[in-house]
Ligand binder design. Structure first.
Ligand code: PLP
Length: 353
């Protein structure tokens, strides 16, 4: 089934074989590297004068242990953003195939499709921001090669029903990509990552940018059936993940406690801020969130966002997204940052219950 969905040029592609594919030990005179060492003097043990391992063995083993998932089912990209782009390039013939987006959702999927000249079709989520299968049916055809599902969804904040996503995998002859960038902030047992063993068309993406606090390091990964993983390796740039990124991420993984304590602080702050926002009369909706942000709706959202920015508080205007007129997205910060946000917001919106 997967083979049929792959673009013919990618099926036939003979990938670049890099120097480090064959040998990585010995007197290395095969890659035109600088044997005299790096001009960057720190972290000598990283051997930054050498190209990094293209097979991602260190990261695959570490995340395999962390999640108890087969290392063979993992692939790493320069942020999730690289994986989104690679998947489109593997499965979608430009100007022929389509990608389905469930709107409102993360904007990068559409941009990546536009760059690749792949058309998007966009059924809307229902009033509770869940999958509306009647809408999906209206837009689905066999041109749709990938369905992107974001859960918890950005910017609405909610998880999508797990059974609905499984229905997509079962009933549609397309790749279903579930973006779990925010899954650490959601209740346990809501991830689909263990389902990749059951559905060969399911890809689950994660990132180190949010809960792990490594947005500056640029590392994302996905779990999927080995066949899809093999195509991702075939099309990626040979040395996509650099040695500094690996060093930072492998060290962070040994400090999972720090991540867990940040997540629990963020979740408890989210509950507090949600209650405070609901007390502000002008705010008509505070949507339930399983992520590290809250979506709110209020009159004159654009102006409120600008007024807050003048007062030094920066939040995101999401008003221009489908069905989200007058909506703002607020990331949960530290207690002090959240207090500052609430104080300035109450200055601007004095009417309270
Ligand atoms: C932040 C975010 C990502 C992370 O992207 P990276 O490229 O890994 O930093 C992915 N998906 C969604 C929905 C996001 O909001």
């Amino acid at each position: 089934m997967i083979t049929k969905l792959i673009r013919k040029n990618i099926l036939k592609l003979k990938p670049y074989t890099s120097a480090r594919d064959l040998y990585s030990n010995g007197i290395l005179l095969d890659a035109n590297e600088n044997s005299f060492g790096s001009s960057f003097q720190e972290l000598e043990e990283l051997h930054l004068n050498r190209y990094p391992d293209p097979h991602q063995v260190d990261l695959r083993n570490a995340v395999s242990r962390l999640l108890t998932i087969d290392a063979e089912k993992l692939f790493f990209g320069v942020g999730s953003d690289e994986i989104i782009d690679l998947l489109i390039r593997i499965f979608c013939e430009p100007r022929e195939d389509q990608v389905m987006l469930l709107e409102p959702t993360y904007g990068m999927y559409k941009v990546a499709c536009d760059i690749n000249n792949v058309e998007t079709v966009s059924p809307l989520l229902n009033d509770s921001f869940q999958i509306d299968f009647a809408e999906v049916e209206k837009y689905y055809s066999d041109k749709v090669k990938i369905i992107f599902v974001c859960s918890p969804n950005n910017p609405t904040g909610n998880l999508l029903n797990k059974n609905d996503i499984i229905q997509l995998c079962r009933n549609y002859n397309s790749i279903v990509v579930v973006d779990e960038a925010y899954i650490d902030f959601a209740p346990e047992e809501t991830s689909l990552i263990n389902e990749v063993a059951n559905y060969p068309n399911l890809v689950v993406m994660r990132t180190f940018s949010k809960a792990w606090g490594l947005a500056g390091v640029r590392l994302g990964y996905c779990a999927a059936d080995e066949e899809i993983i093999s195509y991702l390796f075939k099309v990626k740039a040979p040395y996509n993940i650099n040695a500094l990124t690996r060093y930072a991420v492998l060290k962070s993984i040994t400090n999972e406690e720090k991540k867990k304590s940040a997540v629990s602080s963020i979740v408890s702050e989210r509950l507090r801020v949600e209650i405070e926002l609901k007390n502000i009369l002008a705010i008509t909706n505070v949507y339930p969130s399983d992520a590290n942000y809250l979506l709110i709706r209020l009159p004159n959202a654009k102006e409120i966002q600008k007024e807050l920015a003048v007062k030094g508080i920066v939040i995101r205007d999401r008003s221009s997204q489908p069905t989200l007129s007058n909506c703002l997205r607020i990331t949960i910060g530290t207690k002090e940052e959240n207090d500052a946000l609430l104080e300035k917001l109450k200055d601007i919106l004095p009417l309270r219950h």
